[in-house]
Design a protein around this ligand. Sequence first.
Ligand SMILES: NC(=O)c1ccc[n+]([C@@H]2O[C@H](COP(=O)([O-])OP(=O)(O)OC[C@H]3O[C@@H](n4cnc5c(N)ncnc54)[C@H](O)[C@@H]3O)[C@@H](O)[C@H]2O)c1
Length: 433
Amino acid sequence: MSESAQRIAVFGAGYVGLVTGACFAELGHRVTVRDILPDRIEALRRGEVPIYEPGLAEILARNAERLSFATEVAEAMEEADIVYVAVGTPPTYSGDADLSAVWTVIDELPAVERRIVVAMKSTVPVGTGEKVRHRLAARGLAHVGYVSNPEFTAEGTAVRDFMEPDRIVIGAFDEAAGDVIAALHAGIDAPIVRSDVASAEMIKLAANAALMTRISFINEIANVCEATGADVVKVAEGIGLDRRIGKSFLRAGIGFGGSCFPKDSLALKQLAANSGYHFQVLNAVIEVNELQKRRVIGKLVARLGSLRGKRIALLGLAFKPHTDDTREAPAFVLAGRLLAEGADVVAWDPVAHADGLVGVEQVATVEDAVLAADAVVLVTEWPELAEVDWAAAATSMRTAVFVDGRNMLDPRAMHDAGFRYDAIGRAASNGLT
Ligand SMILES: NC(=O)c1ccc[n+]([C@@H]2O[C@H](COP(=O)([O-])OP(=O)(O)OC[C@H]3O[C@@H](n4cnc5c(N)ncnc54)[C@H](O)[C@@H]3O)[C@@H](O)[C@H]2O)c1
């Protein structure tokens, strides 16, 4: 072990914890990842990766010597200098973040005499660090350092995002603790933003809110395009080339989902509300996103009339391509709405599963999904969908209706393939048929 290498315990072997652990091992540190799920830890010890994340299996295998997995706190903490908290913070019924897993980690930390640093990777409300500090002090652990080191990786590109981030945010109560976390990232070439703990916590929530705002903004522009005869793809290109605006997150579609955006927007909304502030823009962003998913139903009804007894194929279950994560996935909302309308729903996804989607039949190929269907909805822009023989697919369907929820395919080509094709915010393409 080199002199600068540290011993790190990562709590949580989910999307963030595993990527964090594997990437710190890649940087030369010795890492133990702890989870409360024995099956997950057993699988990891056997060299199996319990989630689908491109590049993760390779980086775990490459650094197997520096990585170990544990179910027991004591085992993970044996020699740890740094503790990363990467447990889930799902929404409660009130929309606030559920911090129970975070508090379990904090309360179960052994009463070490050495100076360790706790780094928070889980997304938490502003003020959490302050509460953790008090809780540790109450246990006689005031010498334990605390740092907010939020995570900005995106599922599907998480390994690359971790190793080549746009920035690293480190919010600390004392400079020395911040220095420890900064040193841990030696080898990563990125600006480091040092701040107080509350600001670091807010940077994470505000970054997500900014991205969601762009998505709901372009979706509203798309809806107005649809009503007025413009094409949102051209509009996005035209505004995205403006350096003050930029191109990213300007793809109109059926709305965002995933394990972060929906819950983090609710958490920030509640955080503001609990502090007596009504966050108007964020409320609109959330509402636009809810309505956007449901607009697909209107498009299908316009083409097919009543959906009762109609067979609708959903292409894609994951909330975005290159992940198997279906948390808050638009496909699930759509499936629920379609089933409520009396439709038969069949779904395809190359890696994600329709677990918990009662009444939805999942099939192994796109061809099986579209066979005898009355309509297809492209929900997740998996690259393989660009390779499908759509003309053959159209002839295998009962009625060749296609709603491209991600504006992925070429309207003219889909029209020529025999579809009555609708996209999102592309009035001209809708007019083709
Ligand atoms: N998923 C993302 O892309 C992403 C990106 C940025 C930030 N985040 C944030 O990171 C956090 C983790 O997200 P995730 O997607 O990795 O969640 P996840 O649900 O995939 O993983 C959390 C893991 O923590 C484990 N766990 C629960 N209690 C534990 C304990 N006491 N000790 C050890 N392990 C415990 C769970 O069993 C689970 O395996 C959340 O706060 C999330 O908002 C996620």
